[in-house]
Design a protein. Structure first.
Length: 322
C-alpha cells in the first residue's frame, strides 16, 4: 500500500465506546453440552468466557452513542458512519442505515465486510474521508457471531461471541495520528473460514492458524515500514482477539513483547469486527496509552483479509477542528 502523502489533513480519535451483551457464556457452561473442558479451551485458545446475544444494530447504537458522548459530539456533526460487520441484521439494507436512524445522524452510512479485519479497514477509509474534507466520522466495529455459530460444534462454539466497539475521528490541521497503514487479502484462502448464507461458520482451524500468523505479521511489518518506525518504537500492539497462541506467535515474529499486547480475549472470545476496538478501548480505559505513544493495530480475518495501522496517540500538537 502507498505511504501517506505529505500535507494530507489528518485526524485523531476523540472518543470511544463499547457494548457487550449482558449474557455471559463460560467454558463451564459449554462443558454441559460439548465434549470439552475449561482447561482444554483455555490451553488452546486463552478464552474463559464470552458474551452472547443482542443484535448488530442494537450493540452498534450503544457503542456509537458512548463514543459520541465521550467526544462531546452532537449527532448533527457526524459527516459519515462506517460500520464494520460481517453479521448484518438483514441482507438488505446495510445495518448502518438503522444505526444511523437510532443515533439521530444525518449523514452517509455504509457497512464494510472484511471480517475480523473490518474495523481497521473502516478506520483507514475514515481517515481517507477526513483527508477529502470530512470533519467528524463515527467508526463502529460490531459482530453477532453467536447467530451463525453451530453450538454443537466444539471446534467453533468455543471461539465466537458478540460485541461492539466504536470511535469518533475528528479532523485536525496537520498529520494527525495515522502514520502508516496496510490492507491486504488472499482470496486463495477464502475456503478455510466461511459461512454460507443461512449456514454456520465453517473453519479449518489448522490452516487458518498457519496462514493467519503469516499474513498478520506481513501486514504489520508493512505498516511499520510505511510509518518509518520499528517494533521497538511500539508502545502497544492491539491484535485481533482470535486465539492467544496466534497473538503470541504474531508478537514474537513482529518483535514486540507479549506484555505490550492489549488482550481481552479471555473475557470476550472472538468478536470479529469488534475485536480490535474492544481491546483498544480496554487499554485506553486502563491508562496504558499516553500522548505520543505509537500503537499498532493489526489483525486478520476470513477472506483471508489482513489489516494494520500505526497510530501516534493524540496525533501531533494540534487541536481538533471545530
Amino acid at each position: 500500500m502507498p505511504t501517506i502523502p505529505a500535507g494530507v489533513r489528518g485526524a485523531v480519535i476523540t472518543g470511544w465506546g463499547t457494548s457487550l451483551p449482558p449474557k455471559v457464556l463460560t467454558n463451564h457452561d459449554l462443558e454441559q453440552t460439548l465434549d470439552t473442558s475449561d482447561q482444554w479451551i483455555v490451553e488452546r485458545t486463552g478464552i474463559r468466557e464470552r458474551h452472547v446475544g443482542g443484535t448488530t444494530v442494537g450493540l452498534s447504537v450503544e457503542s456509537g452513542r458512548a463514543a459520541m458522548e465521550m467526544a462531546g459530539v452532537d449527532p448533527s456533526e457526524i459527516d459519515a458512519l462506517v460500520l464494520a460487520t460481517t453479521t448484518p441484521d438483514r441482507c438488505v439494507p446495510a445495518s448502518s442505515a438503522a444505526v444511523q436512524r437510532e443515533l439521530g445522524l444525518r449523514c452517509g452510512a455504509y457497512d464494510v465486510n472484511a471480517a475480523c479485519s473490518g474495523f481497521v479497514y473502516a478506520l483507514v477509509q475514515a481517515h481517507g474521508m477526513i483527508a477529502m474534507g470530512a470533519r467528524k466520522i463515527l467508526v463502529i466495529g460490531t459482530d453477532t457471531l453467536a447467530r451463525i455459530t453451530d453450538w454443537d460444534d466444539r471446534n467453533t462454539a468455543i471461539l465466537f461471541a458478540d460485541g461492539s466497539g466504536a470511535v469518533v475521528l475528528e479532523a485536525v490541521e496537520g498529520q494527525g495520528q495515522l502514520l502508516g497503514w496496510d490492507l491486504d487479502a488472499d482470496g486463495n484462502a477464502e475456503r478455510f473460514l466461511y459461512s454460507d448464507i443461512g449456514g454456520f461458520i465453517q473453519m479449518d482451524g489448522k490452516e487458518v492458524f498457519r496462514r493467519a500468523v503469516r499474513i498478520m505479521v506481513d501486514s504489520g511489518q508493512k505498516s511499520l515500514a510505511h510509518a518509518g518506525v520499528n517494533a521497538d518504537d511500539i508502545a502497544l500492539v492491539v491484535p485481533h482477539q482470535a486465539n492467544i497462541r496466534i497473538i503470541q506467535a504474531a508478537c514474537d515474529r513482529l518483535g514486540v513483547p507479549i506484555e505490550k499486547a492489549a488482550v481481552v480475549l479471555d473475557r470476550t472470545g472472538n468478536t470479529s469486527s469488534a475485536s480490535i476496538p474492544l481491546a483498544f478501548a480496554d487499554a485506553l480505559d486502563a491508562g496504558r496509552v499516553k500522548k505520543g505513544d505509537l500503537v499498532l493495530l493489526v489483525g486478520f480475518g476470513a477472506g483471508m483479509t489482513a489489516a494494520s495501522a500505526i497510530l501516534r496517540w493524540g496525533g501531533d500538537d494540534t487541536e481538533a477542528l471545530v
